[in-house]
Write a protein that binds this ligand. Structure first.
Ligand SMILES: *[C@@H]1O[C@H](CO)[C@@H](O)[C@H](O)[C@H]1NC(C)=O
Ligand SMILES: *[C@@H]1O[C@H](CO)[C@@H](O)[C@H](O)[C@H]1NC(C)=O
Length: 566
């Protein structure tokens, strides 16, 4: 859709060289001497500087399942010299590993060690994580390679803001623990040489492991625009090569990350992740049609099957993203700056320059376009960005300067999501009427399309279709604004959020900017935008039905945005 023609910058050329040379270095570093013993494949991937070299990046991409089973195959003895790079797939698969003799973890002589592909507070992508009796186990002989457990997980209890509850959410050894390889062997290993099996079973494929209770899962905003928004940023970023080249930071099209096989909601039953209007199920099935969903009951089954008399069994996750809301709140970006768990995932990848297409939500694009297609939306026509080939620092952040490089929409569409038909958080009735009249007048005058919507009266497909063509999304603070994640990125793409004067929350503000679009908070006849955004505040009247808005302020703001004046 968006293509760039520009010469390879010096920096690009340098990065390519760097990548190539580091791959060479890695292959030297990991060259193995002939050994009587089993092939030891390094499973400690990328814990130094995730994704800073091409080889590590390559290693981060899971090989296809069959080749993957070879990764923990160390029963093969070899007398030939093998070059083992930081790649999980042996370059040549030994003859004993022909397709019908896969050696799986239950007969592997050594259980593969746990490693971390990427970690931000509340978001941890592991290779070779284990679960037994409900406890997640990291198997390692080097604990120093791992973050503090409290930055990865919690007890998974619902959150309230009391000291007792905060303490009760601190993880214990029952939630997550470390084992040395010897301890793991003692606990779950069998004497494979004598024909015994390890009591370890792989849950093959790639897993999303959600430790959160239903408290925040059953809301469209928190589920889609926070949880899965963070998942997509983190998953996409973990498998993207670091880049600051404009053709990457503005690209909608880039290599897909590996697919996700399943999602496990360990602390939520089937109702717990479904919202009232049914948007979460629509989203999950529409964006990830092949995803297997397991709930608390399924997790409990897995826990129960690990208890076998006096001996334990363990489940093994080859690749798993563990997400925990309380742990994310222990991070600075979420805990003290944005209150958005997704912000930890997004910022980590952005800071590591692994958020490809960050100016156009390119990392989110696979999900966005899947939902566009699912809803039957007309796929938005996006005009190419005009990008300078040497980005300055300002362009390396999301913001208005970077957004100016994008094309204008073919047609300006203004969408006002009205809350006047719902129970609370409404505009003063007269202000709403004056606003609608003013918007109509503006649209007529400028030849724009105006849609005044009451989401609760529309089908889900219709709501997504409306968002997919929206240039300016207007509404009172509330769930309807979640649809901003389906807006196409253009130079004028803007969310205008009306608050009771002095009120503010980061929910839609942070999310809008994370997709490279602009956000304005309106208090009656004034507006504020980044970096001059307000502080979080819920004044009396925030939830009420007497929110004032001065229509001329909104009209002027919309016209100025489209005209590129602000
Ligand atoms: C299994 O977990 C339960 C708590 O969930 C605990 O009481 C019990 O001691 C654990 N068993 C073992 C063998 O660790
Ligand atoms: C909203 O702004 C208008 C225009 O400045 C002003 O006349 C009106 O009093 C304001 N309303 C409130 C509730 O502050």
């Amino acid at each position: 859709m968006m293509l760039f023609r520009h010469a390879l910058s010096r920096r690009d050329a340098f990065l390519i060289l760097l990548g190539a040379s580091s791959m060479h270095i890695w292959s030297l570093l990991f060259r193995q001497v002939p050994s009587e013993q089993s092939i030891v494949i390094n499973t400690h991937l990328m814990h130094d500087q995730p994704g800073t070299d091409q080889a590590a990046l390559k290693a981060a991409v899971p090989p296809p399942p069959q080749a993957y089973s070879a990764t923990f195959t160390n029963t093969i003895t070899t007398t030939t010299t093998r070059t083992v790079t930081r790649d999980l797939i042996p370059t040549t698969v030994p003859a004993v590993l022909s397709s019908d003799t896969r050696v799986s973890i239950d007969v592997s002589r050594e259980l593969p060690h746990t490693s971390i592909v990427a970690h931000a507070p509340g978001w941890t992508l592991f290779r070779n994580l284990y679960m037994s009796n409900g406890t997640l186990f990291v198997v390692t002989d080097d604990i120093s390679q791992f973050p503090e457990i409290r930055m990865m997980t919690s007890t998974g209890l619902a959150a309230v803001n009391t000291p007792e509850n905060i303490a009760a959410r601190e993880p214990t050894k029952e939630n997550m623990d470390f084992l040395t390889p010897e301890q793991a062997q003692t606990r779950w290993g069998g004497d494979v040489k004598k024909g015994e099996k390890n009591r370890v079973w792989s849950i093959e494929g790639n897993t999303l492991l959600f430790n959160d209770p239903s408290q925040f899962l059953r809301h469209y905003y928190h589920f889609v625009a926070e949880l899965f928004f963070g998942v997509q940023a983190f998953w996409h970023g973990a498998f993207s090569k670091p880049t600051s080249s404009p053709s990457d930071t503005y690209a909608l099209v880039h290599p897909s990350p590996p697919p996700v096989t399943r999602a496990i909601f360990t602390h939520s039953n089937a109702d717990g992740w479904r919202d009232g209007p049914g948007f979460n199920a629509y989203f999950l099935r529409g964006a990830f049609p092949s995803l297997t969903v397991e709930m608390q009951e399924d997790w409990d089954d897995r826990i129960a099957t690990t208890r076998i008399g006096t001996r334990d069994r363990a489940w093994h996750f080859p690749l798993v993203l563990l997400t925990d809301r309380s742990a994310a709140h222990r991070g600075t970006v979420c805990g003290s700056q944005t209150q958005r768990t997704a912000a930890e995932a997004w910022s980590y990848m952005k800071d590591h320059q692994q958020l490809q297409g960050m100016h156009v939500g390119g990392w989110w694009e696979p999900v966005r376009s899947a939902i566009w297609r699912f809803s039957g939306s007309q796929l938005p026509m996006l005009s190419a960005a005009s990008v300078v080939s040497s980005p300055n620092q300002e362009l390396m952040d999301v913001g208005v300067e970077a957004q100016k490089s994008l094309g204008m929409p073919e047609k300006v569409v203004v969408t006002y999501i009205s809350r006047q038909g719902v129970a609370r958080r409404k505009l003063i009735a007269e202000d709403h009427a004056v606003l609608v009249a003013g918007l109509k007048d503006m649209a007529d005058r400028r030849g724009w399309e105006l849609n005044v919507l009451q989401a609760e009266k529309m089908t889900k497909d219709e709501q997504v279709q409306a968002a997919a063509k929206t240039t300016i999304l207007l509404g009172v603070h509330g769930n309807g604004l979640t649809h901003l994640v389906w807006m196409p990125p253009t130079r004028a793409s803007t969310v205008i959020e009306m608050f009771y004067p002095e009120g503010f929350a980061h929910d839609y503000q942070w999310t809008t900017r994370a997709l490279g679009m602009s956000h304005f908070a309106v208090w009656n006849d004034t507006h504020r935008t980044y970096p001059n955004k307000p502080e979080v505040n819920y004044p009396e009247g925030f939830q009420g039905n007497e929110i004032p808005v001065y229509a001329p302020t909104i009209i002027q703001l919309i016209e100025d945005r489209v005209d590129g004046k602000i």
